[in-house]
Design a protein around this ligand. Structure first.
Ligand code: C2E
Ligand code: MG
Ligand code: MG
Ligand code: MG
Length: 287
């Protein structure tokens, strides 16, 4: 049977594998160019206090402005950048750009914080410039208080290299920068991570929020996560709030903060400034 299909199967796999490999190499090459030509941009998604509705911060989300292909989202290139060893320069740019934008916002009188996503490969102790030094310098250059910057790390990256991550997260935290655990609930060992790592805030993954209205299990999990977080003296962010129902539900549970399309999609810095300057009191999403 295997023999009968053998030859064709082999050719099929070889061809598609080659295509995948060459496609990756092409993207890698394009990414190297993108770094040189500064083709990246940050969009910011507002994070609000569910209690007051006020915008307290924003999450920086990278996009690639490809000269031919238009805006490319991170799910299509971050993993390739990581594997190609390009996430360090890209990640450094993200931290520096977010701090530059934050400086401008503060100069305009906006009282907000910024959260940047960091992948495990940016956290190597052997990096030429350790991430702690990159952060420290970006804060200093822009005269920003460390309490205005947050670092988001996913559960799966805690799994990658626990020892090294532990040291790096402690280094970052010793600067006064808080650590957010992103996509909480989607990893494998969430609870033991909470015990071992220096986490300040948990972000409840949007898959649970999406299910919480119709699915009893998702609702129970969201409620349990809020209780666990609060009993550990952590703050909680609900991700992926798409409807008023999601918003009201999380608010009723005492979840501290929220973000999602219902409040705002990720937007350019200029649009965030406009939003903050024209926000009603109370804002439309909380009334
Ligand atoms: P994340 O950190 O969990 O970011 C949230 C993602 O959910 C964003 O997708 C955001 O646009 C999307 N989102 C927000 N609200 C809603 C909603 O109400 N409904 C739905 N369906 N989606 C919503 P995005 O921008 O495509 O980013 C995807 C992931 O890429 C991020 O997930 C993060 O893990 C990663 N990423 C983004 N920027 C960076 C970066 O600068 N560095 C690294 N290492 N990773 C990044
Ligand atoms: Mg995030
Ligand atoms: Mg997330
Ligand atoms: Mg995610």
């Amino acid at each position: 049977q295997a023999k009968a299909a053998g030859r064709n199967t082999f050719q099929f796999f070889t061809k598609s594998m080659n295509e995948t490999v060459s496609r990756r190499m092409h993207i890698e090459q394009a990414l190297r160019q993108a770094i040189k030509r500064q083709e990246f941009i940050l969009h910011y998604q507002p994070v609000v206090s569910l209690d007051t509705g006020e915008i307290i911060g924003a999450e920086a989300l990278i996009r690639w402005q490809h000269p031919d292909k238009g805006l490319i989202y991170p799910d299509s290139f971050i993993e390739i950048a990581e594997e190609a060893g390009l996430i360090e320069p890209i990640g450094q740019w993200v931290i520096e750009q977010a701090c530059t934008d934050l400086r401008l916002w503060h100069d305009l009188g906006m009282k907000i914080q910024v959260a940047v996503n960091v992948s495990s490969r940016q956290c190597k102790q052997t990096s030429q410039t350790p991430i702690k030094d990159i952060i420290k310098k970006a804060l200093k250059v822009n005269n920003i208080s460390p309490s205005s910057l947050k670092v988001e790390i996913t559960e799966s990256s805690l799994m990658d290299n626990s020892e090294e991550m532990m040291t790096t997260l402690q280094d970052i935290r010793s600067l006064g920068v808080a650590i957010y655990m992103d996509d909480f609930g989607t990893g494998y060992s969430s609870l033991s991570y909470l015990k071992h790592f220096p986490i300040d805030v948990m972000k409840i993954d949007r898959s649970f929020i999406a299910g919480s209205i119709d699915d009893k299990t998702d609702a129970s999990l969201v409620e349990a996560v809020v209780l666990i977080g609060h009993s550990l003296s952590l703050k909680l962010v609900g991700e992926g709030i798409e409807t008023k129902q999601h918003y009201d539900y999380l608010r009723s549970l005492g979840c501290d903060y929220g973000q999602g399309y219902f409040i705002s999609k990720p937007i350019e810095s200029t649009a965030l400034i406009a939003l903050c300057q024209h926000v009603d009191n109370p804002p439309k999403w909380s009334s």
